[in-house]
Design a protein. Structure first.
Length: 184
């Protein structure tokens, strides 16, 4: 009889440990979702700023129409991207296009001197820093979830209940990792 209680106690301990692992996995999955929402908010802020930037540049450098159209198209692609990898790629392309706008601005002293352009540039730099911070937080949350999903014994619970590795938010183009820089 005592051995039966011992076995029942061991099984109960294993079940409780499994529940703790499951709850930890759920918590980490929610943290990843919350972190992604932070990135999404910052990307939307940047996306909302882009039309103003394009219009400002258009007023001073209207013959750069191809570049401005490309920025507009890239913005639309970024907004319609589905998963994390697609979004990261599209956002990297958008960042590169924005850097080209600021490079073009170098050729237009009146544009560089424009208060509106300077304000937009400052706002964009601030948003880029916020995106960078949000991306670091997201990637940290993804790392914690992935470690838990892949580590023993939590991988047994993760596979049983369909928990999967999350994708990191990484930029493919090393140049896109840099903040757009313009010297005034």
């Amino acid at each position: 009889m005592a051995w039966l209680l011992g076995v029942a106690g061991i099984l109960l301990a294993i079940a409780l440990y499994g529940v703790m692992i499951f709850n930890a996995l759920v918590s980490l999955r929610q943290k990843v979702a919350e972190a992604w929402s932070g990135i999404d908010v910052q990307l939307k802020r940047r996306s909302n700023l882009i039309p103003n930037l394009v219009e400002t540049v258009k007023g001073y450098a209207g013959h750069e129409r191809d570049l401005l159209d490309q920025v507009t198209r890239t913005r639309a692609q970024a907004e319609s991207s589905g998963n994390v990898a697609e979004r990261a790629k599209a956002e990297g392309q958008l960042g590169a296009a924005l850097a080209r706008i600021f490079a073009v601005a170098e050729a237009y002293p009146d544009l560089k001197a424009s208060k509106n352009f300077q304000d937009l540039h400052s706002s964009l730099e601030e948003i880029e820093r916020d995106i960078q911070h949000a991306r670091r937080y997201y990637n940290g949350a993804v790392r914690m979830l992935n470690v838990k999903v892949q580590s023993f014994p939590s991988n047994l619970v993760a596979s049983r209940f369909g928990f999967q590795d999350a994708k990191f938010f990484e930029l493919d183009d090393p140049a896109a990792r840099e903040l757009p820089k313009v010297a005034f």
